[in-house]
Design a protein around this ligand. Structure first.
Ligand SMILES: Cc1cc2nc3c(=O)[nH]c(=O)nc-3n(C[C@H](O)[C@H](O)[C@H](O)COP(=O)(O)OP(=O)(O)OC[C@H]3O[C@@H](n4cnc5c(N)ncnc54)[C@H](O)[C@@H]3O)c2cc1C
Length: 458
């Protein structure tokens, strides 16, 4: 059988089909991480599910490598490739809210900003990440960690159903009732099982939240980390947030003479009644002298966009992450060695708490492999100048290596770098075998392989 041509694909779909030289080619091939400058053979920008079916069938029959791009944020640049096809879902970002059922359905290319904007109008929200340009799709398929995690669980714990186009071009719904094995695998198994064209989420009454951003001198870092470790274990679940190392950006609330200095910081989020917010910040004011703070109520979507300016599209970046079961004093010592060397305003270490509602979901209920951890640690550096690549990557690697003896071998699949392939088994841990079986059932030819790849069982 002869292979299908791009011209035939153009005739089949209503969606834009873009090749080198066409308008939109550079936008379609670009991903958030500027280190990946790839040139696919063809880019399809589906407007509806039928376009996705045609594109999947085409990539499979033409034997092309296939990237599925949701928000394009994956650190290893999975949303693009050289010489293959990109299904760029950025035209499928509609979000429909059902306020009575308190649910929302988001298109496979919606960003967290799209999602929060739509649900906030109804005074509702669900767990998402901390930067608004991140895709709902990739974030959710890996698990989904954010400010609301302690109160409402991971994003996957709020997923009710997903519509999926599988490698053979079928359109399936995955939920607790239908294709339950697929639904299990989608919740933590990443983009391995098909193109998710829409996600249905449970929402919660969260509108405005109380937020505190506290900067402390570096000599308080040990106190901050030890305090956070104990405090967040059983703090009220309205609390979210994380400790960090951070170079002060030129923001008004930070004294001008301290801009560019390195601090340890606490990002504190309170989703309870706003009139309790000020009191909720007190423990963070008391733990050490505060050099600068920004405290007050804000709309939940505004908090979710607060870090956007320091992670603009196209910035180069490198990531490492691990789960942490116990943040020991010895581990904190290593944080004190490496955190203060943070080299850029857009570089940091965050420790996201994994407890509360996440621990109430059974370990085997989803493919997310580390519900028994207490923190998800991420070390990330982003920078503009390619001449700095090696130096910046080295800071992340050194920090990560120093913490490795005190961390789990596996990490959150959404915090992996392009050189983390060897960690795939550890990342999926006890879920790996079952995931390979489900992969075999839904994608035996491994069409969806540009991801934290799960090979089909033999
Ligand atoms: C600045 C920044 C901040 C972040 N903050 C957080 C955070 O707070 N919490 C958190 O949990 N994570 C966070 N992340 C990590 C983020 O979850 C991952 O990078 C995630 O993979 C991004 O999803 P995406 O859709 O934007 O990326 P993409 O690169 O488009 O996709 C990521 C993976 O998912 C697959 N995929 C994408 N869309 C679909 C789809 N519709 N169907 C099937 N597969 C699909 C892709 O093929 C790829 O393998 C952050 C990342 C960045 C860059």
């Amino acid at each position: 059988m002869s292979q299908p041509t791009v011209e035939q694909l153009r005739e089949q779909v209503r969606a834009p089909v873009i090749t080198a030289g066409d308008a939109g080619y550079d936008e379609g091939r670009a991903v958030h991480n500027g280190m990946f400058d790839r040139r696919p053979k063809v880019i399809v920008r589906p407007e509806q599910v039928a376009d996705v079916v045609a594109a999947v069938n085409f990539a499979r029959d033409a034997g092309l490598d296939l990237s599925v791009k949701g928000g394009g944020h994956s650190a290893p640049g999975f949303g693009t490739n050289d010489g293959g096809m990109v299904i760029d879902l950025s035209l499928m970002r509609h979000v429909h809210v059902d306020p009575r059922a308190r649910t929302a359905r988001a298109g496979g290319g919606a960003t967290l900003g799209d999602f929060n904007y739509a649900t906030h109008a109804y005074g509702l929200a669900t767990t998402g990440g901390i930067v608004s340009t991140t895709g709902v799709a990739g974030l959710t398929l890996g698990g989904g960690i954010g400010y609301l995690t302690r109160g409402y669980g991971l994003s996957i714990d709020n997923l009710i159903s997903a519509d999926v186009v599988t490698a053979d071009g079928r359109i399936l719904t995955a939920s607790g009732q239908e294709n339950a094995d697929l639904f299990w695998a989608l919740r933590g198994g990443g983009g391995n099982f098909g193109v998710v064209t829409s996600f249905e989420f449970q929402l919660h009454p969260v509108k405005d939240v109380y937020v505190g951003l506290f900067f402390y001198e570096l000599d308080a870092a040990g106190d901050l980390l030890r305090f956070f470790r104990e405090f967040i274990k059983d703090a009220p679940e309205e609390y979210g947030g994380f400790p960090a190392f951070q170079i002060a950006p030129p923001l008004e609330f930070i004294p001008a003479e301290r801009h560019g200095d390195t601090f340890c910081a606490a990002v504190v989020h309170w989703a309870g009644p706003l009139d309790q917010g000020e009191n909720a910040m007190k423990p963070f004011r008391d733990l050490a002298p505060v050099v600068a703070e920004m405290v007050g109520p804000m709309p939940y979507p505004a908090l979710n966009a607060a870090f956007d300016p320091i992670f603009p599209k196209g910035i180069r970046s490198y990531w490492k992450g691990s789960f942490v079961k116990e943040l020991s004093d010895a581990a904190i010592e290593q944080h004190l060695n490496h955190g203060p060397k943070v080299p850029e305003v857009s570089a940091t270490m965050h420790l996201y708490p994994i407890n509360g509602a996440v621990h109430r979901v059974g370990a085997d209920e989803t493919a997310f492999a580390y519900r028994d951890s207490t923190f998800a640690m991420v070390i990330v550096c982003a920078w503009q100048d390619s001449a700095l690549d090696q130096q910046r990557i080295q800071w992340v690697r050194d920090y990560y290596q120093a913490l490795a003896p005190y961390s789990e071998p596996g990490g959150y699949i959404n915090f992996m770098a392009d050189d983390d392939e060897a960690r795939v088994h550890d990342n999926y841990r006890g879920k790996f075998e079952r995931l390979t079986q489900i992969k075999k059932a839904y994608d035996p030819g491994n069409l969806f392989h540009i991801n934290q790849n799960i090979p089909p069982a033999r």
